[in-house]
Design a binder for this molecule. Structure first.
Ligand SMILES: [Ca+2]
Length: 226
């Protein structure tokens, strides 16, 4: 009998996994925009020379000759305002770390550090946390004069992230605590009560009355629960 119960419990525990409801999946990007579909300017251009890109190509042209002008602007629609993670997939075959600048709605958000990826057909990704407006936003990757550039851009993925800069998340409401015992030393031992709460802390013990937990009001005359 015990074995059957154990088997039943095992089956019940495995059911969500079988249905794909188990561990939370890795956060899927809310929006993925291929760089080749972004608005390109300043010499940035669509290329397909190096393999491994997603979509139909990648954006090149972020070369020294276009320093200070090359840019790819992505139209990002956010379902909610606040913090988002922006992941840029890129290739840096120069062998050294490079940088580009990330702009959100025209304001510089951060300078992206883009480590070498080991080759032009090897792609890596960096993630930056930015705040987006609800609705339409422009997220732009620019080769500023202060950047070293010289990388290729494959795509941008945007995911709703934690919200360090936004309004504080509501704090969990603490469970009501039961009556606090007096801290005064007792002069004589107390006869244990026949019923009712005795523990100094922890969740409220079940009470037979209809009144809510830890209610300080006297119970109603009716003793039946509603
Ligand atoms: Ca691409």
């Amino acid at each position: 009998m015990q074995r059957r119960i154990r088997l039943l419990l095992t089956a019940l525990l495995a059911l969500p996994l079988l249905l794909g409801l188990g561990a939370a999946p890795a956060a899927a990007a809310d929006t993925v925009i291929e760089a080749e579909n972004a608005a390109l300017s300043g010499g940035a251009r669509v290329e397909t020379e190096h393999a491994g890109y997603s979509g139909t190509g990648y954006v090149g042209g972020l070369t020294d000759g276009n320093k200070g002008s090359a840019a790819a602007a992505f139209a990002v629609t956010a379902t909610q305002a606040g913090a988002h993670d922006v992941e840029l997939r890129y290739a840096n075959g120069t062998g050294v770390g490079m940088t580009l600048s990330l702009y959100v709605n025209g304001a510089k958000a951060t300078q992206l550090a883009l480590p070498a990826t080991g080759g032009w057909a090897s792609w890596g990704a960096v993630t930056a946390a930015v705040n987006l407006n609800a609705g339409a936003n422009q997220v732009a990757v620019r080769f500023d004069a202060s950047d070293s550039g010289n990388v290729n851009l494959d795509r941008l993925a945007v995911t709703v992230g934690d919200d360090p800069g936004g309004p504080a998340a509501p704090r969990a409401v603490r469970a009501p605590t039961c009556r606090t015992p007096s801290t005064r030393p007792r002069t004589r031992p107390r006869t244990p009560p026949s019923s009712g709460p005795t523990g100094p802390t922890g969740p409220c013990p079940p009470r037979p009355r209809a009144a809510g937990p830890c209610s300080s009001t006297p119970p109603e005359s009716t003793s039946s629960s509603r």
